[in-house]
Design a protein around this ligand. Structure first.
Ligand SMILES: NC(=O)c1ccc[n+]([C@@H]2O[C@H](COP(=O)([O-])OP(=O)(O)OC[C@H]3O[C@@H](n4cnc5c(N)ncnc54)[C@H](OP(=O)(O)O)[C@@H]3O)[C@@H](O)[C@H]2O)c1
Length: 313
């Protein structure tokens, strides 16, 4: 059945991917943007609503006009900002913006709200990949702790409101066109500039999510499935000692240098060391079993190759 859908973050990497998919399925799509000029004039939408998630009055006005059945939040503050600034802006959005969006969605009688969370927020423990029951690392050090607490607050706003079905999709490291992993993106620059090393005495795991799969999971959950949290990741959590050299090779960059843990701590920021040495991956078992979802890109190996034009399909 065609639905009225509002997409917040319609100019972002996942939002842009999602718009044509929603339209192809016959839904009425309203792009919610901060600046109308930021939306590509050819973007496949039925309507444009202009509001900032940090402005509850504007948001409420625009949602009343759009009258959505489903509200999708794909906003984040990462964009082109550096790591600390991206975390700070995203935390503000998650803490306040998400709550404003839930309130506005409830006010207009929307049935479901789907938000963007992330698997990197799990507290690392053991050697296994983590599922949705694993705790978020809300007492992590420094600005990562603030970011995870904001994420937890966003999930709580989505999942505990009795008047709307809340779904939090926890993405892995997002890659694909226009992401940090694409040519010119932050990770690409760091790898090609020999700024991301292999760290010998620690093995962090990363679960990856192609933007196509992030958008595909939103479609899957548009009306179906129980409210709750779902990991949206590929099938192959990868150790940094595995994905980093493979990525460097495919990107045409130099082989990563090797550092000891002490050297890495002295030369890199805390979050990068954490990601490379102790972060845990996540399992997509819940989404696979309950929804029959399958990633289009089941392995980052193929996805990275595709990103660099090396995948013959
Ligand atoms: N999503 C994550 O958890 C995450 C984590 C780490 C790294 N990254 C990286 O960050 C890059 C960007 O990916 P992304 O999809 O997360 O972000 P994105 O592509 O920058 O999209 C963010 C969206 O949020 C919107 N937005 C930001 N603040 C807003 C506000 N106050 N009110 C309304 N809309 C607002 C932006 O609109 P404007 O056009 O107005 O700015 C944009 O549409 C990727 O390379 C990804 O790899 C993402």
């Amino acid at each position: 059945m065609p639905l009225r859908v509002v997409v917040a973050g319609a100019t972002g990497v996942v939002g842009r991917t999602l718009l044509p998919l929603l339209r192809e399925r016959g839904h009425h799509v309203t792009a919610l943007v901060r600046h109308a000029g930021r939306l590509d004039g050819t973007a496949p939408v039925d309507d444009v609503a202009v509001a900032d998630l940090l402005d509850p009055a504007g948001l409420s006005r625009e949602l009343r006009r759009a009258a959505p059945d489903v509200v999708i939040d794909q906003t984040s503050g990462f964009g082109k900002a550096d790591q600390d600034e991206g975390l700070r802006r995203t935390a503000q959005l998650r803490e306040r913006g998400a709550k404003h969006l839930v309130d506005a969605a409830v006010e207009v009688g929307a049935r479901r709200i789907i938000g963007q969370s992330m698997t990197a927020a799990y507290r690392p423990h053991g050697h296994d990949v983590l599922d949705e029951e694993s705790p978020l690392w809300t007492d992590a050090p420094g600005c990562w702790g603030s970011a995870v607490r904001a994420l937890a607050a966003m999930e709580e706003a989505l999942l505990t409101c009795p008047d709307i079905e809340g779904v939090a999709l926890r993405y892995g490291a997002l890659y694909g066109p226009n992401t940090h992993y694409a040519p010119g993106g932050a990770i690409h620059e760091r790898v090609c500039g020999s700024e991301l090393p292999l760290v010998y005495d620690g093995v962090g795991l990363t679960s990856f999510t192609h933007v196509d799969d992030a958008a595909g999971a939103v479609l899957e959950m548009l009306t179906n499935g129980e409210p709750g949290t779902y990991n949206v990741v590929d099938n192959e959590p990868a150790e940094s000692t595995e994905w980093l050299p493979a990525y460097a090779r495919m990107a045409g960059g130099p082989a990563p240098v090797s550092l000891t843990l002490d050297q890495a701590k002295a030369q890199l920021d805390w979050l990068t060391v954490h990601q490379l040495t102790e972060q845990r991956g996540a399992t997509n078992f819940r989404l696979r079993e309950t929804m029959g979802w399958r990633p289009t890109w089941p392995s980052w190996r193929e996805g990275f190759a595709n990103l660099f034009g090396l995948w013959a399909g």
